[in-house]
Design a protein around this ligand. Structure first.
Ligand code: PRP
Ligand code: ADE
Length: 178
């Protein structure tokens, strides 16, 4: 059942204290990817939620880099396309960009200008929500492109940092909380 599936995934996430800097507990998702059962369970749970809640979603938008590990698998399951938001300087052709800060640094995110048609219904996916800086920036970038943001999906939510508040009114769906 669902509780057992969530417990299975949670136990696969490894904590690394003081990485990449002192005071941060890094939540490592590599063991999920190494275990095909854990990875397919993650996608099963996302798929179930999206089919129930957002049956009209048209595109999954994934964040560089760890959103790319889950996004295309989910998009394939749903039979919709996948779009990449990348860190600055990686995408060819005309791009739109936005700057942001995250739990341990700052960066700039870009999308190809022709990736999304105005009004297209999208879900944004990443591995983890910490301060919410990254997903907030992705939402701003998608608004700039006139996408209709249905919501955000993450495997892990670090609840103490209140990142979900920054995403409002966009709803956040998360599987595991620390
Ligand atoms: C991590 C993580 C999220 C973001 C969350 O990515 O994968 O994208 O930080 O932090 P926030 O909620 O405080 O913004 P990172 O920028 O380290 O890049 P990576 O995926 O390339 O490792
Ligand atoms: N991205 C931002 N904060 C993180 C954390 N604590 N663990 C893994 N990825 C992160």
């Amino acid at each position: 059942n669902r509780e057992e599936k969530l417990k299975y995934i949670r136990e696969k996430i490894r904590p690394f204290p003081d990485f990449p800097s002192k005071g941060i507990i890094f939540r490592d998702i590599c063991p999920i990817l190494k275990d095909p059962k854990a990875l397919s369970t993650v996608i099963d749970l996302f798929e179930e939620h999206v089919r129930q809640t957002y049956p009209d979603v048209e595109l999954i938008v994934g964040l560089d880099a760890r959103g790319f590990l889950f996004g295309p698998l989910l998009a394939q399951r749903l039979g919709v396309g996948f779009i990449l938001i990348r860190k600055k300087g990686k995408l060819p052709g005309p791009t739109a960009s936005v700057g942001y800060t995250l739990e341990y640094g700052k960066a700039e995110a870009e999308v190809q200008e022709d990736a999304i048609e105005p009004g297209q219904k999208i879900l944004i996916i990443d591995d983890l929500l910490a301060t919410g800086g990254t997903l907030y920036a992705a939402c701003e970038l998608m608004k700039k492109q006139k996408a209709q943001i249905l919501g955000c999906l993450v495997v892990i939510e670090l609840t103490d940092l209140n990142g979900a508040d920054r995403l409002k009114p966009s709803p956040l769906f998360s599987l595991v909380h620390f």
